[in-house]
Design a protein around this ligand. Structure first.
Ligand code: ZN
Ligand code: ZN
Length: 252
């Protein structure tokens, strides 16, 4: 893997290692472009509400300053970018974008884990029958349509426990929408590494038919995750078998 835009840090409370440890691991393993995309702090209009799985809003500047100082320090060895993994929450998106703009992120990736939002909808797509998948896909497509995202992380995060007919139909709608907007779909290595239900080969079969661009993303939650030859081999196998359009040059 020569470039990776999906990297977390311990700031999100469920990953290990600080920014420098990720940079050193990336250099050691020959990565040329390392994008940090920790779970974005959310400036919800409820001062007392804090997500347990993202950095706190007070850490925004320190994160960006740390990443940018490392980018300078290591500029001869590696290109380092400061981004975020962000949800698309329609009710909060505009304010959230202006909050994040304080640190001028280099890019955002869309990582959608909820329908509606995590505060008052508390709607796990898994609990809503077939309609859940359809609502999820609609929200993801609306998020991509904002033009704020470089790519779609784990497009197949929720695509299970639904009827196969709905999965086929909704995956196709997702792939066609992303294709229309020119937005790549990620093959998520965290899912491969930890044997999750994603990445889902059925989605990538459809992506092959639709002609989507696909990109590999480490989704590193430890510095060691940046070296993952086994997931890369599996993903390359899919690329060859399904004839996927793999992005082979850095996007940024
Ligand atoms: Zn995470
Ligand atoms: Zn992630």
């Amino acid at each position: 893997m020569k470039f990776n835009y999906h990297t977390h840090t311990k700031r999100c409370n469920h990953a290990m290692g600080d920014e420098r440890e990720y940079v050193e691991s990336a250099i050691e393993h020959g990565i040329e472009v390392l994008g940090f995309s920790d779970h974005a702090p959310y400036n919800f209009p409820y001062p007392n509400f804090y997500s347990a799985f993202r950095m706190q809003r007070e850490e925004l500047e320190e994160y960006a300053e740390t990443v940018r100082a490392l980018a300078k320090e290591y500029e001869k060895d590696i290109r380092i970018l400061c981004g975020f993994e962000l949800e698309y929450y329609p009710d909060f998106h505009k304010e959230q974008m202006s909050f994040l703009s304080k640190v001028k992120p280099d890019y955002l990736i869309l990582g959608q884990h909820f329908i509606g939002n995590e505060i008052y909808d508390l709607a796990s797509p898994r609990l809503n029958g077939d309609l859940g998948l359809s609502a999820y896909v609609s929200q993801v497509l609306a998020g991509l349509a904002t033009g704020d995202f470089l790519y779609l992380a784990h497009p197949d995060l929720v695509g299970y426990r639904f009827s196969s007919q709905v999965i086929e139909q909704e995956y196709r709608r997702l792939c066609e929408g992303a294709k229309r907007m020119g937005i790549p779909l990620e093959v998520n290595f965290l899912g491969l590494r930890t044997n999750r239900h994603y990445p889902n080969k059925n989605l990538f079969k459809i992506a092959s038919e639709v002609g989507n661009d696909v990109i590999f993303g480490s989704d590193a939650h430890t510095p060691q995750d940046l070296y993952d030859p086994s997931s890369e081999q599996t993903a390359m196998g899919w690329v060859k078998e399904l004839g996927l359009n793999l992005i082979d040059k850095p996007l940024l």
